[in-house]
Each structure stands twice: as structure tokens, then as C-alpha cells.
Design a protein around this ligand. Structure first.
Ligand SMILES: NC(=O)c1ccc[n+]([C@@H]2O[C@H](COP(=O)([O-])OP(=O)(O)OC[C@H]3O[C@@H](n4cnc5c(N)ncnc54)[C@H](O)[C@@H]3O)[C@@H](O)[C@H]2O)c1
Length: 462
């Protein structure tokens, strides 16, 4: 007889055991199941079809897996199940747990956890030997084909794995070769992706070529041809920040793109939902918001529109990690996404303090650079509260919140500078003076410091 360990609701082994498939569990008892997403080099996923004589869900498709036996770890179980069901023998290092969820079904007296592991590009289809008394057949399916099976209700627990059906990204087109676009193309090419950089005008491409690192530039295709949008895995749009220009572009481009191509916008602030209206297939569309300079700032905000498929968001999340970035998923399209909302909240208070003569411009910047911002590079505001104590922050909030700036207007000092035509580094004067060579020097000093912070926190150990 096969026994399974009984876990508690926080996934700790209780020391009690149950007989396999005995669903008469006590409330609060859980068992543990493992599943394996096994991908070939082309990103296709190995799926198996349940025997036709199964009592439950006959002939449905699924991914390999099964119950964790008493005394087994989740990882040991997934390797055993994969070997038993498919004849593939993997080592622990070849797979990683990419997702865990808890399912509570008191009505069926069946509560369980599921650990989903991923194994990538390390097997040949001819190595697969299915367990014939359990499995009717097997096949390698693309994420799109699995989605189709899911839609037809032919795939078991499809909703549970839908978000994990990430696509393999190899061919990328960046649309727009301006400040952001050429730098993004450079980063993708340096990381081994097949990159095309498209711009509607040739001179911008010629200029971009001179700014991209020579080794990457050699590998990038520079083009003004709309063919750049055919046969791609991903298109990242980084053209002018103008709603009508972007809407026109999407109406044309998304018709040329293959239906499975993921389309992302690098807009700083336009509504992703609004842009999605111009995209054929808005469920494959989302925001991929980089920060300037893209080579130095690790953050990428990934913003879903109301229809973005979960696997599309996850694909871009994983891609961002693969190029060394630190992604943050923004589940809802709100003005300013997450980063600009937080940034402007800080700016509103800082400018109010300067306006009221509480601190100088330099003083406000010092508070951030040497105090809050310095700490925030390592701990986010919520982690900071955890370290400081929620009780402490509760009491501070009680007396401070009523006193903070809460105006809904553009901050006065910002408006004054704007009306005086003082735009900052770009035209020589903002809150500080950048006349003559000072702008170039300030930019170089900024980049040097950002690089030093990056190296200290995330750089590779030499
Ligand atoms: N610069 C930043 O700090 C920053 C940061 C994050 C995101 N972004 C966003 O990235 C995008 C690009 O910004 P950028 O700073 O690289 O701008 P940019 O002005 O340097 O480049 C814009 C590009 O769009 C092209 N373009 C202009 N009109 C076009 C049209 N009608 N059709 C097709 N292409 C057209 C231009 O040729 C140019 O290559 C914008 O959406 C912007 O909001 C910018």
C-alpha cells in the first residue's frame, strides 16, 4: 500500500500519514502533489493523455506528476514521477520549482498543495518511454496548442498552469531607435537574442548604430522595413510618447505581427488599456516599462492590461530576469503604474518642504541621497517598515499623515520652473545650474555613481 504524508495548512509535515487517494481527510489536513513542465529545446512542453479506462477524467491531457510519498521530499517525488511516467531520468539540478499553490476543497475532503517544477531543453523526444498502463499517449505541444486544449476543456486543471505556459523568446524587434530603443536593442543583443531595430526614419538608425556597443551592433539588423514585425516572438514598441502616434502604429503593426507574437509598450505613462484597443489580440499585449538609462537601472515594470493573459506577463517577467533586470509585476493599469506614483508622491512632499522653507533644494536631495534613497536601494519602503517596527510606523502615521502635503495640483515650484523654461540638464538650468560643460559632467557623474551602486548590489563577483 502507498502512503502519503499529511501536511498542515502551512505545508509542514504533521507526522501523520494517509493511504494514497483516501480522500476522507480531516479539515485542515493537506497532501502534496508534484507536477513537471518538461520543455524541449524549442520550448514545447511534454504532455500526456490519461488512459481511456480511467474512472476520473479519461483521455484528458495533463502534465506528468503525482502524489509525494511518505518520507519523500517534493523534489525526490517529481524526479521519480517523471521517470516512472515518461522514462526520463533527470538530476535535481536540471529542474527548479517555479510555482506552488494550495487547493482547498472541503466539500470533497481533499485539500492539497501542488509544487510545479520546470525542466528545460534537456531531453530528446525519442528518449520518452511512457508508462503504458497509465498513459494513453504523449506529445510535445506548444503553449498555444495547450491553450487550445484548455479552451476545449480537454486539459486537466488548465487554469492552474495557464500562467506558466511561457513562450520561448528568441527573436525580438524593438520599434523606435531613440534614447530608450537603441539601448534596449543593445541589451537584448548582448544577451544573445536575435534583435531587429526598426525605426520609421533611416537617419535615426544610422545614429543608433554609432551609440550601440560595436559587438552588439554587428549582430543587430537595422531596418525601416515593416517586414521587421513578421515572424517575431516579441515586439517592444518604444516610439514617441504620443497617444495618436502609438495608436496608429499599433493598428498597422499588430496586423502584420504573427498572432502568437507578444507585443509590449515601453510607454512611460499612457494607458495600457487604451493602447490595447488598437492591438489585434490585446491578450498578448502589455507594458514593459524600462527606466533611463536602461543599461544602469535594473527595474522593469510589467503592466497588464485588463485582458493580458497571465502566461504573457510571466514570459516577459522571465525574459527580464534572463537579461539581468529586476522586474516588478503591476497587475492593473493605473495612471503612473507603480513607480511614477511612488516617485511623484515623494516629489510632492519634497517640493512642499522646499516651498515652505523647511529645507533647501540641496537639503531635500541630501535627505533622499544619504538617507531614504540610500536605504531604499536595499530595502523597499515596506521592508523598511518591517525593520523599523510596524508599531513605530503606526504611531508616526497617526500624527504625521494629517500634516503631509496632499494637494492635487502640479507642485507650485515645478510649475514655476516649467513656466520659466527651465527644464533641467537638457537646457542648462533646473533646480541646479548646468550651464556649459556642467550638464555633461553631471551626467557622467550620475552614470558613474549608478554603475557603482549597481556593481556593489548586483554586479558579478570578480
Ligand atoms: N527617455 C526616457 O527617460 C524614457 C524612460 C522610460 C520610457 N520611455 C518611453 O519610451 C518611449 C520612447 O522614448 P525615447 O525617450 O526613446 O524617445 P525618443 O524621442 O528618443 O525616440 C522616439 C522614437 O520614435 C520615433 N518616432 C517618432 N514619431 C514616430 C512615428 N510617427 N512613427 C514611428 N516612430 C516614430 C522616432 O524616430 C524616435 O526613434 C516613449 O514611449 C517614452 O515614454 C522613455
Amino acid at each position: 500500500m502507498e502512503y502519503w504524508d499529511i501536511y498542515d495548512s502551512s505545508k509542514q509535515v504533521t507526522g501523520r500519514k494517509m493511504v494514497r487517494n483516501d480522500w476522507h481527510m480531516k479539515p485542515g489536513d493537506y497532501h502534496l502533489t508534484v507536477l513537471a513542465l518538461i520543455r524541449d529545446a524549442a520550448g514545447r512542453i511534454l504532455i500526456t493523455q490519461r488512459k481511456g479506462d480511467k474512472e476520473w477524467a479519461p483521455l484528458k491531457w495533463e502534465i506528468p506528476g503525482g502524489g509525494v510519498r511518505a518520507g519523500e521530499t517534493s523534489q525526490e517525488a517529481v524526479l521519480r514521477e517523471v521517470a516512472e511516467e515518461t522514462g526520463l531520468h533527470f538530476t535535481p539540478e536540471q529542474g527548479r520549482c517555479i510555482h506552488t499553490y494550495r487547493s482547498d476543497s472541503p466539500a470533497e475532503q481533499n485539500n492539497y498543495f501542488v509544487d510545479i517544477y520546470e525542466f528545460r531543453g534537456i531531453f530528446m523526444p525519442e528518449q520518452v518511454k511512457i508508462q503504458e498502463d497509465e498513459v494513453e499517449s504523449f506529445r510535445l505541444a506548444t503553449p498555444g496548442e495547450i491553450r487550445q486544449l484548455g479552451k476545449q476543456d480537454d486539459f486537466l486543471h488548465f487554469q492552474r498552469i495557464e500562467g506558466l505556459l511561457t513562450m520561448d523568446i528568441k527573436k525580438i524587434t524593438i520599434a523606435g531607435a531613440g534614447t530608450m530603443g537603441y539601448s534596449m536593442a543593445d541589451i537584448f543583443a548582448q544577451n544573445g537574442y536575435e534583435v531587429t531595430l526598426w525605426n520609421h526614419r533611416q537617419p535615426t538608425l544610422d545614429k543608433a548604430k554609432t551609440k550601440i556597443s560595436p559587438a552588439a551592433a554587428e549582430k543587430i539588423t537595422f531596418t525601416t522595413s515593416l517586414d521587421a514585425f513578421r515572424g517575431r516572438d516579441l515586439i517592444v514598441e518604444s516610439i514617441a510618447e504620443n497617444l495618436d502616434i502609438k495608436l496608429d502604429f499599433y493598428r498597422q503593426m499588430s496586423l502584420l505581427a504573427d498572432p502568437e507574437t507578444i507585443i509590449a509598450t515601453n510607454t512611460s505613462g499612457l494607458s495600457i488599456n487604451k493602447l490595447a484597443e488598437a492591438v489585434t489580440g490585446p491578450e498578448r499585449f502589455l507594458g514593459m516599462h524600462w527606466f533611463n538609462p536602461p543599461t544602469l537601472i535594473p527595474l522593469i515594470e510589467i503592466i497588464k492590461n485588463a485582458k493580458t493573459r497571465p502566461d504573457v506577463a510571466r514570459t516577459i517577467y522571465d525574459l527580464s530576469l534572463a537579461i539581468g533586470k529586476k522586474p516588478a509585476l503591476v497587475e492593473k493599469d493605473v495612471p503612473g503604474f507603480a513607480a511614477n506614483r511612488i516617485q511623484l508622491a515623494v516629489l510632492r512632499e519634497a517640493l512642499a518642504l522646499v516651498r515652505d522653507g523647511v529645507v533647501s533644494v540641496e537639503g531635500a536631495d541630501a535627505v533622499m541621497k544619504y538617507g531614504l534613497g540610500f536605504r531604499w536601494a536595499c530595502l523597499g519602503p515596506l521592508e523598511t517598515v518591517d525593520f523599523g517596527g510596524l508599531d513605530v510606523f503606526y504611531h508616526i502615521s497617526e500624527y504625521l499623515m494629517p500634516d503631509l502635503e496632499d494637494s492635487h495640483a502640479v507642485p507650485e515650484l515645478l510649475a514655476k520652473k516649467f513656466q520659466a523654461g527651465e527644464y533641467g540638464v537638457k537646457n542648462g538650468k533646473g533646480f541646479y545650474d548646468y550651464a556649459g560643460d556642467k550638464a555633461r559632467e553631471a551626467t557622467a557623474a550620475r552614470d558613474k555613481k549608478l554603475q557603482a551602486v549597481y556593481d556593489a548590489l548586483y554586479g558579478e563577483k570578480k
